[in-house]
Design a protein around this ligand. Structure first.
Ligand SMILES: Cc1cc2nc3c(=O)[nH]c(=O)nc-3n(C[C@H](O)[C@H](O)[C@H](O)COP(=O)(O)O)c2cc1C
Length: 379
């Protein structure tokens, strides 16, 4: 029986990969026959250990994976800062003043000090590697990395343990570099995607990456990411050469997700043009729901954004304040509620359970595959 390569490598029943920072989504998707991938970046190693132990208990042997971020390129200005205390100390107080000014316009009260992020948390190479070690101590069936070439330690450990290593890329050249470094699966992610992304659309990137890998003699399967919200889109990308879909935004509109009710309501109301690719949340270009926060930081007369991970140390406490105020009924604060989300947000019509999303993807996938052949009488 022919078998989908990525399903064979990971044990997924249906090649729908669900990236989420929420363990409930990961477990629900894996149990429904998709493949949940737990995004580890916002946890300390100890917290990740707890989250993965919970997932292990829930999934009853169903396959799941973990995604860590080991950034390859570090801004020289932050390289010498080795802990979060010294990073916080390096941020000019005027940035906090700017945050208070932007939030103040929307009735969010000021806060005196930058809160120091717990140590061993934040997107740095050391933290990514520490999270990777925790991930490998669990029965994961995939480990993924983004923001650069997968580190040699990940590739070696993956080989030793028989865990495929996936790498997210936004350009053909990056896919070729990852293939040469030895990764097992390429996740080609278009600019439509929520979170960190490049500039090429998914529709162009998938055939471009599949073709380039093939021509260079790399027999590596590709997953398509960016803007995929339906089983029909998934089928389209598989027709273009991908072995499956890697999704993020669609899970944010499930009640299991980490998103607030205010954000989920905004997702239902949003159009595909309401997102922006901006450095103003993490320090690297990431797609998110556009608000006055992004206008202020990206304005020519704004203070300019800080490098990763300093920008996150300024923005995350601010977004937490905004969410708190919105949840307490402050309607002005609601205007500033934002999160990473892709252009596919324009296709969100309602919230659905994660299990239902997997079910709908399967149905739409099958309908579109059989429908296409039959409408042209080519079966
Ligand atoms: C809220 C959110 C957070 C994300 N965080 C990460 C991350 O930490 N690591 C990563 O590799 N990708 C991250 N991504 C990107 C996803 O892995 C995925 O490639 C992307 O969501 C696919 O595009 P889509 O959002 O249009 O489905 C994130 C995406 C979203 C929506």
């Amino acid at each position: 029986m022919p078998m989908n390569r990525v399903c064979e490598m990971t044990g997924a029943e249906f090649p729908l990969f669900a990236f989420s920072h929420c363990r409930d989504v990961v477990a629900a998707v894996s149990k429904a026959g998709g493949f949940g991938v737990f995004g580890a970046t916002r946890f300390t190693p100890e917290q990740l250990e707890e989250e993965l132990a919970w997932i292990d208990e829930q999934v009853d042997g169903a396959p799941y994976g973990v995604d860590v971020l080991v950034p390859e390129v570090i801004d020289p200005a932050v390289r010498a800062l080795v802990d979060n205390r010294s990073r916080a100390a390096a941020i000019d107080p005027s940035y906090q003043g700017f945050v208070n000014e932007v939030l103040g316009k929307y009735g969010v009260p000021p806060e005196a000090d930058l809160r120091v992020m717990p140590e061993r948390m934040g997107i740095t190479p050391e933290n990514g590697l520490a999270l990777m070690e925790v991930a490998f101590s669990h029965p994961i069936k995939l480990i993924a990395n983004a923001l650069g070439i997968a580190p040699p330690a990940m590739i070696e450990e993956g080989r030793k343990r028989g865990v495929p290593v996936a790498a997210l890329v936004g350009a053909k050249e990056h896919a070729l570099r990852q293939a040469e470094a030895g990764v097992d699966i390429i996740v080609a992610q278009g600019t439509e995607a929520g979170g960190h992304c490049g500039e090429v659309s998914t529709l162009v990137l998938i055939p471009e990456v599949v073709r380039a890998l093939g021509r260079a003699g790399h027999d590596i399967p590709v997953l398509a990411a960016g803007g995929i919200m339906t089983g029909g889109q998934m089928a389209g990308m598989m027709a273009a050469g991908a072995q499956g879909a890697w999704t993020g935004s669609v899970w944010l509109a499930t009640p299991e997700a980490e998103t607030s009710e205010a954000f989920r309501d905004k997702m239902v109301a949003a159009r595909s043009r309401d997102t922006v690719r901006s450095k103003s949340r993490t320090g690297k270009p990431a797609r998110q729901l556009k608000t006055a926060w992004h206008d202020a930081w990206d304005a020519e007369d704004g203070p300019g954004t800080l490098p990763m991970p300093l920008m996150g140390m300024v923005s995350e406490p601010a977004f937490a304040r905004i969410e708190r105020e919105a949840a307490a009924g402050n309607h002005e604060a609601r205007e500033l509620v934002s999160y990473f989300v892709g252009q596919g947000v324009g296709l969100v019509e309602q919230t659905r359970s994660a299990r239902q999303v997997v079910h709908d993807f399967r149905e739409e996938f099958l309908d579109s595959v059989s429908g296409l052949a039959s409408t042209l009488d080519m079966e």
